[in-house]
Design a binder for this molecule. Structure first.
Ligand SMILES: Cc1ncc(C[n+]2csc(CCOP(=O)(O)OP(=O)(O)O)c2C)c(N)n1
Ligand code: SF4
Ligand SMILES: [Mg+2]
Length: 313
């Protein structure tokens, strides 16, 4: 586990690459996610951002917030564009050895709508080709930039402007879908564990091929809670077992220490501790809450089975 001392002593980690003065809402989880990813990756990073909140909060030149190169991209094309950019870096590196091109990392930061719905075909293609990119889904669990419409990543029971009685369907498990592509690295993160974000991006940077990192990034207006509660909510998502933290490196899964003990359901905080702090779950019926809990328990059983089968191998 990375230590804060390591970040402070890291010439890149101790600096801010996504600058203050951007137009994120107060308490935006996305901003925390990007800041910490960039502390690990540094300025030799080309960011691709499909249509999303990030696309907008970046701002207009010459007052843009990223202190590194970035491209705003069409909604469906994040992973495809990143593949092209990464291939261009490779060609340049071969032609001009010893220059910056061989140090470049290609990063996608896309929302859950732009990943689990609209960008999934380009992402699946990039994963199948094993394109040399780091693809991030920052997950605020709805289409926030256009007014809180439900996405495949919105959880069961959550109210959005298109699920006014609460979403009937369940959250799509995109990290599991990406792991099924057998890419070299898949990880989940929470903005409540910034050092874990830092460490996982450092690792992803060192791996050749397609890397997928899915970060839970609470959103005060979208989840309807006071802006100072962002980190608390992200922490509760981990402690209740709603959001397991793990990485899968070359097919081998490892749980983060804060999630490991939660293999025992009795160690998980009650789900209500998480739900009751967000108005998007207000008025949720007991039936829906039980269904949501059962779905979470089912995901944990799948994790336990995977770990068991690894032990037996
Ligand atoms: C093809 C296309 N359809 C719709 C839009 C409008 N649009 C821009 S951002 C956005 C929401 C994106 O949601 P998500 O990917 O979850 O990112 P978030 O806004 O939550 O950060 C939508 C629908 C667009 N820009 N392009
Ligand atoms: S709507 Fe949510 S994700 Fe978008 S900038 Fe505001 S807090 Fe961040
Ligand atoms: Mg979103």
């Amino acid at each position: 586990m990375a230590k804060i001392k390591e970040v402070i002593e890291d010439e890149i980690g101790c600096q801010e690459w996504f600058l203050p003065g951007n137009s994120c809402c107060a308490g935006c989880g996305l901003e925390i996610a990007l800041r910490w990813a960039m502390k690990a990756l540094g300025p030799n990073t080309a960011l691709v951002t499909p249509a999303s909140c990030l696309n907008v909060v970046i701002g207009l030149w010459p007052k843009t917030a990223p202190n590194f190169p970035f491209t705003n991209m069409a909604f469906a094309a994040g992973a495809a564009a990143a593949t092209g950019i990464s291939e261009a870096f490779k060609a340049k590196a071969e032609r001009f050895p010893g220059k910056v091109w061989e140090k470049m990392t290609t990063l996608v930061f896309a929302g859950d709508g732009g990943t689990t719905d609209i960008g999934i075909q380009a992402l699946s293609g990039a994963a199948e080709r094993n394109s040399n990119i780091i693809y991030t889904c920052y997950d605020n669990e709805a289409y926030m930039n256009t007014g809180i419409q439900r996405s495949s990543s919105t959880p069961h029971g959550a109210k959005t402007t298109t699920t006014v009685l609460g979403k009937e369907r369940y959250k799509k498990n995109l990290p599991a879908i990406m792991a099924a592509h057998e890419i070299p690295y898949v990880a989940t993160c929470s903005i409540s564990e910034p050092l874990d974000i830092y460490e996982k991006y450092k690792k992803a940077k060192s791996i050749e091929g397609c890397k997928y990192i899915h970060i839970l990034a609470p959103c005060p207006p979208g989840w309807n809670y006071p802006s100072e509660k962002t980190v608390e909510l992200a922490r509760l998502a981990v402690k209740t077992g709603v959001w397991p933290l793990y990485e899968i490196e070359n097919g081998v899964m490892t749980l983060h220490k804060k999630s490991k003990s939660l293999l025992n359901p009795e160690k998980r905080l009650p789900l209500i501790d998480y739900l009751s702090k967000q108005k998007r779950f207000a008025g949720m019926s007991e039936k829906t809450m039980i269904e949501l809990q059962e779905h979470i328990d089912r995901d944990w059983k799948a994790i336990a089975n995977k770990l068991k089968s690894q032990e037996e191998d």
